[in-house]
Design a protein around this ligand. Structure first.
Ligand code: GDP
Ligand code: MG
Length: 226
């Protein structure tokens, strides 16, 4: 049987309303962008499988379903998440401040102990309206042991790289926490993870492939994670 993936990670996206969480997910999973505010109905998630260093890394990425508007994201949302993506809008200083004031506390309260954090400064295409300095955000993330990337869901700049960096970190963590695999790996049924995650929402899933190499080339352009 062909193995569908070597690693499976659950990621959740949080951050203030309007920062572009749904847009980032739409860009990453479907390579699309919408100018209109994306209302998320019900619980929404996407799958995407990335080939990284000869391994298939399957990411299951959850969007907040609009709960963040009233800051009522339930603890269930965070359950089992290997990685949490905290998004702010580089043109809205408040959305960055709220990472420290609000979202980090949510993560501490509800996140898994060993969860890996990635901070994304989104809307980086809006240069002239930028309010949050890159160096300040980078320094902050470094001091909190969080990955950091500035992205644009609109232009697709660095979106793949952000998820790639997070995946690499999670792979390394997983490898470090487990003894080397035996020569008899557990077969991975093509539908199992999807149905476990909620079969009724399977129309919302997508599986696309990304060339890690091309993302890496793009990354050379202007910086990357700390
Ligand atoms: N210029 C620009 N606009 C963006 C970007 N990402 C999202 N938007 C816009 O910001 C608004 C809110 O995005 P949305 O994904 O719904 O935010 P969410 O509430 O965090 O899920 C929409 O009008 C998007 O078109 C970006 O990278 N650049
Ligand atoms: Mg949304």
């Amino acid at each position: 049987m062909i193995k569908e993936y070597d690693y499976l990670f659950k990621l959740v996206i949080i951050g203030n309303s309007g920062v572009g969480k749904s847009s980032l997910l739409l860009r990453f999973a479907d390579d699309q962008f919408s100018e209109s505010y994306l209302t998320t109905i019900g619980v929404d998630f996407r799958f995407r499988t990335l080939p990284i260093d000869g391994k298939n890394v399957k990411l299951q990425i959850w969007d907040t379903a609009g709960q963040e508007r009233f800051r009522t994201i339930t603890s269930a949302y965070y359950k089992g998440a290997d990685g949490i993506v905290m998004v702010y809008d580089v043109t809205q200083g408040q959305s960055f401040d709220d990472i420290d004031k609000f979202w980090l506390h949510e993560v501490e309260s509800y996140g898994e102990k060993n969860v890996q954090l990635l901070v994304i400064g989104n809307k980086n295409d809006l240069d002239e309206q930028k309010q949050v300095e890159s160096s300040k955000a980078q320094e902050y993330c470094k001091s909190h042991n969080m990955l950091f990337m500035e992205c644009s869901a609109k232009t697709a700049d660095h979106v793949n790289n952000a998820f790639l960096e997070l995946s690499r970190k999670l792979m390394a963590k997983k490898d470090a926490s487990q003894p080397p695999k035996s020569s008899n790996p557990t077969p991975t049924g093509s539908q199992s993870s999807q149905s476990k995650a909620g079969g009724s929402q399977s129309q919302n899933t997508s599986q696309t492939k990304l060339s890690a190499n091309s993302s890496n080339q793009k990354k050379q352009k202007d910086g990357g994670c700390c």
